[in-house]
Design a protein around this ligand. Sequence first.
Ligand code: SAM
Length: 294
Amino acid sequence: MMRSTTVDTGLRSATPSSPVWDKGADGWNNHATLIRSWLHDVTAAMLDAAGVAPGSRVLDIAAGAGDQTLDVARRVGPQGYVLATDISARMLALAQENLRAAGLQHVDTRLADAQALGLAGSDFDAAVCRLGLMFCPDPLAALTGTRQALKPGGRLAAVVFSQPQHNPCLTLMMATALQHAGVPAKQPFEPGTLLSLGKPGLLAQLLDDAGFVGVDVQPVSAPFCVPSSQHYVDFVRASGSPVMAILASLPVQAQKDAWDEMVQRLNVFTTPAGWVGPNELLLCAAVAPAVGSV
Ligand SMILES: C[S@@+](CC[C@H](N)C(=O)[O-])C[C@H]1O[C@@H](n2cnc3c(N)ncnc32)[C@H](O)[C@@H]1O
């Protein structure tokens, strides 16, 4: 693959941008400082697990507004290369702005559905995906395409949400939104949803089925710390595309009622030191085997 110092706006891509994710893109980017501090440790662990090092060529899948892309690009340095992909053109436009502002030119962006990357044979040294894989209704297709984009011995590391009982804020918000929208509750591991890959054993099985070896999946605690439940709801209200999408068809006042109820119910996580929302993630790592061994 050619190394380029210009960004590919994705406009030539056959992938249509996702309106749902485009809608939450600015809100997600506006909360970058909060997200960075929430995911600081697990992001560093993800890059370590993927073996990202100076000079590496790295594929960043579902890169969003590029927060972890900045870390990858800094770590690989100007001798390395990063391709940041996402299904939202708006997210990628923001990623381009952020990368440009940081003076990082060894990164391209490409509009691409993670389930149809079309990058087989690209020989990437590493692939990372932070909080994106669980939104793929067909995660096996995403993982298989990722494995094919890696060189033999190349490493994947990804972060997803774990089980519902360890992510009570997410389950509470989704349940409240569904209730207000009059939509029946979904089963927690429904493919393509927030907690879809939290089902015990599922992620390891999918990595195995996708042809990876050396599969490792570890839980990581990542509490969300803000001054109050209102701050957390304001974050989700601006950027939490899955919850926003459930409420989108309701009248404005009905939406406000739903958000207000979430603030109240989330107060159970208020502590003397502020609001601390429990979150558990899964950090997975796996290796693309030598050609011919799959
Ligand atoms: C929660 S955000 C995470 C963004 C970024 N990785 C981060 O951690 O800041 C989820 C991202 O997944 C992207 N996404 C959702 N479904 C996708 C798909 N099928 N293919 C590629 N990206 C997808 C969204 O557009 C969004 O940018």
